[in-house]
Design a protein around this ligand. Structure first.
Ligand code: SLL
Length: 260
């Protein structure tokens, strides 16, 4: 058995998720069941997009140098729901009508000596409904009920960024990883719309949205949003603590009154 290189931690960024496109009339043919509404692709990819014009999210690097097989477990309404993909691109394209959970099992090359990794992705076909903040000034966005009008069909991109971390890797595996450095992040936002639907830019009209792209800017924006959310939580905790102290004082006062 190969030696482990102690004290070394090496990671490889990935994205996993799906893009979905409403089926057009032109695309329909007798082999596609008539109740199917979308064509979708679920995939495990490298995060960086090949070029700014590409409609495909991520995929600049072939992950086959460290991934041997990806098994996508689809809903049992699909024939042979376990789909084994043994080379890049690690993806499955299907048509269908419904959203469901897909389990994604990643088997690393045998040199790695690593256990398989299983991820979950909820196949997303329908766009997120963004609450109309302007029409409800001052209201908690989570409490705004969107109108029931159907949005026009549009592509949906639902992708999760992650980093696969290898601790104390086997020497031969470490050598393979080192020989394949991931493509560098684009520094700038090349496309207007980030993949996070919670981001204010995603309020842009559908025509201005495109396939999202993961960049350094997104990472920084996300970190800033997380910081702001943390500050808000601390403030809220402080406020609740103060209220609790007040209530406890009142309780003590009432107890005394009852005793008296
Ligand atoms: C739902 N729980 O009810 C989910 C199930 C199943 C989706 C969704 C394809 C089926 C076929 C398909 O879209 N299955 O192969 O015709 O929404």
């Amino acid at each position: 058995m190969a030696e482990r290189v102690r004290g070394v931690v090496i990671h490889r960024p990935i994205i996993y998720g799906n893009s979905a496109y409403p089926l057009t009339t032109a695309e329909r043919n007798p082999s596609i069941p008539s109740d199917h509404t979308h064509r979708w692709t679920v995939a495990v990819r490298s995060p960086v997009t090949t070029n700014e014009k590409s409609d495909i999210v991520g995929g600049a690097d072939d992950l086959g140098y460290f991934i041997k097989r990806v098994t996508f477990r689809l809903h049992e309404t699909y024939p042979q729901p376990n789909r084994n993909i043994d080379k890049s691109p690690f993806e499955v394209t299907e048509t269908g009508w419904g959203e469901f959970d897909i389990s994604i099992r990643i088997l690393f090359i045998s040199e790695s000596g690593e256990k398989t990794l299983t991820l979950q992705h909820h196949l997303k076909l329908h766009p997120w409904v963004v609450p109309d903040l302007a029409a409800h000034p001052g209201q908690d966005p989570a409490l705004i009920i969107p109108p029931v009008t159907q949005p026009p069909p549009e592509p949906v991109h639902s992708w999760q960024y992650d980093e696969i971390v290898f601790t104390d890797p086997l020497k031969p595996f470490l050598d393979i990883l080192m020989a394949h450095p991931p493509t560098q992040w684009p520094k700038m936002k090349r496309r207007a719309i980030p993949p996070n639907p919670a981001h204010p830019d995603s309020l842009a009209p559908p025509a201005q949205r495109g396939a999202p792209e993961f960049t350094q800017v997104i990472e920084r924006d996300e970190a800033e949003r997380l910081d702001a959310a943390k500050r808000k939580l601390v403030e809220e905790a402080e406020r609740l603590r103060a209220a609790l102290i007040e209530k406890e004082k009142e309780l003590a006062r009432l107890r005394k009154e009852v005793e008296a």
